[in-house]
Design a protein around this ligand. Sequence first.
Ligand SMILES: Nc1ncnc2c1ncn2[C@@H]1O[C@H](COP(=O)(O)OP(=O)(O)OP(=O)(O)O)[C@@H](O)[C@H]1O
Ligand SMILES: [Mg+2]
Length: 232
Amino acid sequence: MTEKKLIEIKNLQKVYKGRTVLSIPYFAFEEGKSYCLIGANGSGKSTLLRLLAGAINPSEGEIVRHINEKEIVYLPQKPYTFSFSVKKNMHMVFPAAFPLDKKNEITDRLLKEVGIDFLRESKGNRLSGGEAQRLAIARLLALPHKLLLLDEPSSATDIAGNELIEGALKRYCAENGARLIFASHALSQAQRMADEILFFAGGKLCETGRTEDLLHNPQTDELKQFLHFWQG
Ligand SMILES: Nc1ncnc2c1ncn2[C@@H]1O[C@H](COP(=O)(O)OP(=O)(O)OP(=O)(O)O)[C@@H](O)[C@H]1O
Ligand SMILES: [Mg+2]
């Protein structure tokens, strides 16, 4: 049985100042699967997430979304936080007509879930890097969506923070029937969170497949080299 396609990428090229930084002839993200994007710095992971989010446009080719854009939400690699309180940072994601008691309830639950409820009254711009990342995730999970595009969602958090963020993402996916497309340098995170991996090298989609197959039975020299120092 073939899975239903969620997003198709066709003849995609992204070019900056004459340099092709991403090139994907064809790829289909399927419904019901989560995907991890891996690859060295500068290999094109964030560029692909920005393109999928519609934050930038392809230089050539197209991205066909078989999902309503409103069902997609995107977390950039450098999450922003506003200078007002953590609580207000959370409240601002809700539509104006959203009942206040529900805003408070969801805010409390999510801040606890990511372990920063004690910072509720702190200013968003005084948070540490890992605290800001936890807040950005909590904000992202406040409303229901079907597809989360996450650019290194736990790159700044400590081990306990990673566990909380992964737990919150898993709970959210189960509750909302949502799936993830995320970039990560933590291959163990890919193992825990992704059904499939896309490996990028030099802006090319070099190898794809089921997470365990790809990590334990790499086919290309590029991926073999990339995994060389990994003790999986
Ligand atoms: N706006 C831009 N203008 C010019 N070059 C860019 C721009 N955005 C990205 N690039 C280049 O495109 C390439 C891919 O960048 P990208 O951010 O997608 O890499 P990445 O795989 O996410 O890397 P990292 O692991 O460091 O986050 C890099 O060489 C980067 O310098
Ligand atoms: Mg990146």
